[in-house]
Ligand binder design. Structure first.
Ligand SMILES: Cc1cc2nc3c(=O)[nH]c(=O)nc-3n(C[C@H](O)[C@H](O)[C@H](O)COP(=O)(O)OP(=O)(O)OC[C@H]3O[C@@H](n4cnc5c(N)ncnc54)[C@H](O)[C@@H]3O)c2cc1C
Length: 369
């Protein structure tokens, strides 16, 4: 297959940065385009837990996420782990018996699939892993040692910086307004909000929650779910926790040296009731202080409601749309976990025309025209 002359990557979150970095290091001429600043979309408002333990809904999705975890480890060896990669494992425990039975059943399934999981008592966890956490001494706590978390904004900046240093171009603060096609229906031009236009051979739609809008520019319908989530950052130094964890009613992880990120699916459910992000952040903070009392006096620094980029059936949409040659999608929830693997596999498909078996179930064509 002929190497594309020029690839426009539309959207520079974790997906766009990963695809563009892989394309650039394999010799393609890449132009990153972002309406805002790289890494400041959903990627900056994510719980950012790298895992496959929450992905048991189908075996192929689980396998892709396991490959995603490995891809982070591989990437850290190539670009270095500094300031973005935290492979510190993940803790989960429940507050009531039904939830506990569910978690233990999932852990059993995962162990059967060869996924590493260990069980500790709450007392062990306080003694060996997380002294600041008020988990009851007799609680059964699952520890997933191969999981971790990522500082999404730092990862994106690192990938873009490396790609630009080796010849890629970055256009930030300009939005894609239109995509033009040639007589054979293939993508030919990208029109930008500053009035300029780029000639291209390939475009990658990595616009996250706006991916459906970008697909619409080539008259494609990419159905997406509306599933917003609220995330709060708490300022605290020193940071009292060392890893990502799901405690009853609250998820927490460190966010560098001076803050903690909080999220909860229970609080996300209140977004539709019209509560302000600030009020929802106070509820997150209230739940967090029950688990880590030290967080009680720390201020809420930031709170934001963000939209998950989820294709309607819940699975990634990754690959070409054959009716529009040159147009590719990289749209997925769990994009923090999947960014590096999707970036590697999609770049390879763009450059060689060969599709990796891991992507079999996630073809954009499954959504009818
Ligand atoms: C509350 C919450 C919790 C989450 N927790 C996890 C988790 O624990 N683990 C996990 O793996 N995933 C998690 N996710 C999902 C994950 O964060 C996303 O899948 C991932 O960040 C998506 O990255 P992206 O690059 O597709 O999108 P984004 O980071 O949003 O990047 C898209 C970019 O496109 C740009 N853009 C949009 N329109 C245009 C246009 N017209 N022209 C040019 N640029 C444009 C935007 O400015 C943006 O920078 C969570 C998401 C949320 C909301």
């Amino acid at each position: 297959m002929k190497q594309p002359e020029r690839v426009a990557v539309i959207g520079v979150g974790v997906l766009g940065a990963s695809v563009g970095w892989n394309l650039s290091r394999r010799g393609a001429q890449v132009v990153f385009i972002d309406a805002g600043r790289p890494g400041e979309g959903v990627t900056n408002w994510s719980f950012s837990w790298v895992n496959a333990s929450n992905k048991t809904v189908s075996r192929s999705y689980f396998d892709l996420n396991v490959a995603g975890m490995s891809a982070h480890r591989d990437l850290a060896k190539v670009i270095g782990p500094d300031s973005w990669w935290y492979p510190s494992g993940h803790l989960r425990w429940a507050g009531e018996p039904t939830a506990q039975a569910r978690f233990l059943k999932t852990a059993e399934l995962l162990a059967g699939w060869g996924y590493r999981v260990e069980e500790y008592t709450g007392a062990d966890v306080r003694r060996r892993l997380e002294p600041a956490v008020t988990v009851p001494g007799e609680a059964r706590v699952l520890f997933y040692p191969d999981e971790g978390w990522v500082h999404g904004r730092h990862l994106v900046r690192r990938l873009v910086h490396e790609a630009v240093a080796s010849g890629a171009e970055l256009r930030s603060g300009v939005a894609v307004r239109d995509l033009g096609t040639g007589g054979d229906g293939s993508v030919r031009t990208v029109a930008l909000s500053d009035g300029s236009s780029l000639d291209v051979d390939v475009v990658v739609n990595a616009a996250g929650p706006s991916a459906s809008h970008i697909a619409g520019l080539i008259a494609r319908h990419l159905p997406m779910r509306a599933e917003p989530g609220v995330v709060a950052r708490i300022s605290c130094a020193p940071v009292p926790i060392h890893r990502a964890m799901h405690a009853p009613h609250i998820e927490m992880r460190p966010d560098g040296d001076a803050s903690v990120v909080l999220h909860s699916r229970e609080i996300d459910a209140l977004i539709d009731t019209g509560e302000e992000p600030g009020q929802l952040a106070r509820l997150l903070h209230e739940s967090a202080r029950h688990v880590v009392p030290e967080l009680g006096d720390s201020p809420i620094a930031q709170a934001r409601t963000a939209h998950r980029p989820i294709p309607a059936d819940g699975f990634p949409s990754v690959g070409p749309v054959p009716s529009v040659p040159g147009y590719y999608e990289a749209v997925t929830h769990s994009g923090i976990t999947l960014g590096p693997v999707v970036g590697r596999l999609l770049a390879s498909e763009i450059l060689t025309g060969e599709r990796d078996a891991l992507l079999t179930d996630f073809h954009p064509q499954r959504f009818p025209p």
